[in-house]
Design a protein around this ligand. Structure first.
Ligand SMILES: [Zn+2]
Length: 353
């Protein structure tokens, strides 16, 4: 096979040896001779060549190189995705940077891009998270996005629903989002379902797509309904949200592969469902009155961005989907990530019927 060194590879001196590569695959090389061999081989591989030709050319130019250093260098380069197929990176290709990213994470960039361009998703909720996710998927070149929401844009949305402007106030969120997405990538097909989900039946009626993206924060039973409906129709989904100041990603439900939201009880019962027997019924109800979660652009931006990583790896079929069988919480006022496991429960009342 013919390859070349990927555009994202750099090397520099560090301590007695050096570093090779940047990002999560960076190698710190203590041996000076190995680091030098890596640099020589990488430079030789800047133009497309077979592995054997690289060996021959390197030895011809630098006869004093140790065979062991050459072999170890080639191994390091191959094992850390430092190679790319020729002609993948083209400056005038709108997806050129994304293709480098897919390659760096071990995907075949052309295959990953082609898979993404063949996939359709449904975004339920076109607020802060929906805006971010829709923008990122549209600019990645996804084939089709169905936007589900019947809200109209309000002035208080503008702090975080980044694709809406002051001129859009009172317009339907779906229509404005469709307009903004088409400005950014005209090749993406955008469908609108102007409706809010008010029951499991409303979800059952939605067409199946490759993935449902749940980015609405109301009604409070939504995730329960989504889970029941999606399990029933074998529809993959990812839940994205926030709990006040914590960004929340997951669970990512994949039929016959993962647990479902109901496999473990990870959230308390809703107040309204348990309140009838409660001695403090009046007090609990007064607390519920005018309840609104706090929400901030940085918090839902983090949820959306982290989730899009999982969505792209799932649709592009490379790397790992990190929010399967769990819910991930990323704190915004401290350096903390919390994982809540949702193990498959063989007695689950929803997915094991
Ligand atoms: Zn289950």
């Amino acid at each position: 096979m013919i390859y070349q060194i990927a555009n994202y590879v750099q090397a520099s001196r560090y301590g007695n040896g050096g570093v090779f590569g940047i990002g999560s695959q960076q190698q710190i090389i203590e041996s000076r001779s190995l680091w030098e061999a890596l640099v020589i081989i990488a430079a030789c591989w800047k133009s497309p060549k077979s592995e054997n030709l690289v060996r021959l050319e390197t030895l011809k130019k630098y006869p004093s190189l140790q065979a062991e250093d050459i072999e170890n260098s080639i191994k390091i380069i191959k094992e850390n995705n430092f190679l790319i197929k020729p002609d993948i990176f083209k400056l005038d290709d709108r997806y050129s940077r994304n293709k480098l990213y897919y390659n760096q994470l071990g995907g075949d960039p052309l295959e990953v891009q082609a898979r993404i361009e063949s996939k359709a998703v449904t975004i339920i909720g076109c607020g802060g998270i929906g805006n971010h996710v829709a923008y990122m998927l549209a600019t990645c070149g996804i084939k089709k996005i169905t936007l589900v929401d019947d809200d109209h844009i309000e002035i208080s949305n503008l702090t975080r629903q980044v694709l809406f402007t002051e001129n859009d106030i009172n317009l339907p969120k779906t229509e404005v989002l469709k307009r903004e997405l088409e400005y950014r990538n005209h090749s993406v097909e955008i469908d609108i379902v102007e409706s809010n989900i008010k029951s499991i039946a409303d979800l059952d009626k939605l067409e199946k797509t490759d993935l449902y993206i749940i980015s609405a924060d109301s009604p409070s039973q939504l995730i329960d309904w989504v889970n029941i409906s999606c399990v029933k129709k074998k529809q993959p989904y990812i839940n994205i949200g926030y709990i006040n100041d914590i960004s929340v990603i997951g669970p990512f439900y994949i039929p016959d592969r993962t647990s479902c939201f109901h496999c473990q009880q990870i959230v308390p019962d809703l107040i309204s469902e348990t309140i009838t027997e409660e001695p403090l019924q009046k007090e609990l109800k007064s607390l519920e009155h005018e309840f609104k979660t706090s929400t901030f652009s940085a918090v839902n931006g983090v949820s959306a961005s982290y989730a899009v990583g999982d969505i792209i790896r799932y649709l592009g079929e490379f790397g790992d989907v990190l929010s399967m069988n769990k819910r991930i919480g990323i704190y915004s006022n401290s350096i903390k990530i919390q994982e809540q496991s949702i193990d498959i429960n063989l007695k689950c009342r929803v997915c094991q019927l």
